[in-house]
Write a protein of this length. Sequence first.
Length: 114
Amino acid sequence: MQKRAALSVTPAKMLLFAAAVSIYCFAAVVIVSATDALVFSMIIAFVPAIAYVAAGGAAIHFAELIRRWSFPVTYHEWNEELRFILGIVWPAVLVFWLTVGTFNHFAESQEKVS
């Protein structure tokens, strides 16, 4: 039987947790103001918070695939800490790598014209 690795708490994981909690609080306030049902709002607000974290994981995986596709020679995997940090701001990371990666992949080297 193999021993499972213990969960580690790092600053990057705490920041991702803080982002999810912020989204949870914002969603709870919005739902409570619309429905006046506090318990319902607190339960339903978990959906956007969990969805943000899940979408972040998928987006960072996709961004890494784009990096591998665009920069095959210089590509190296992101470590776990960096993935968590990028997962906090995953919409910006995804847009950046879609733009830069696609441009770099399809850009052809042009000869200098003198």
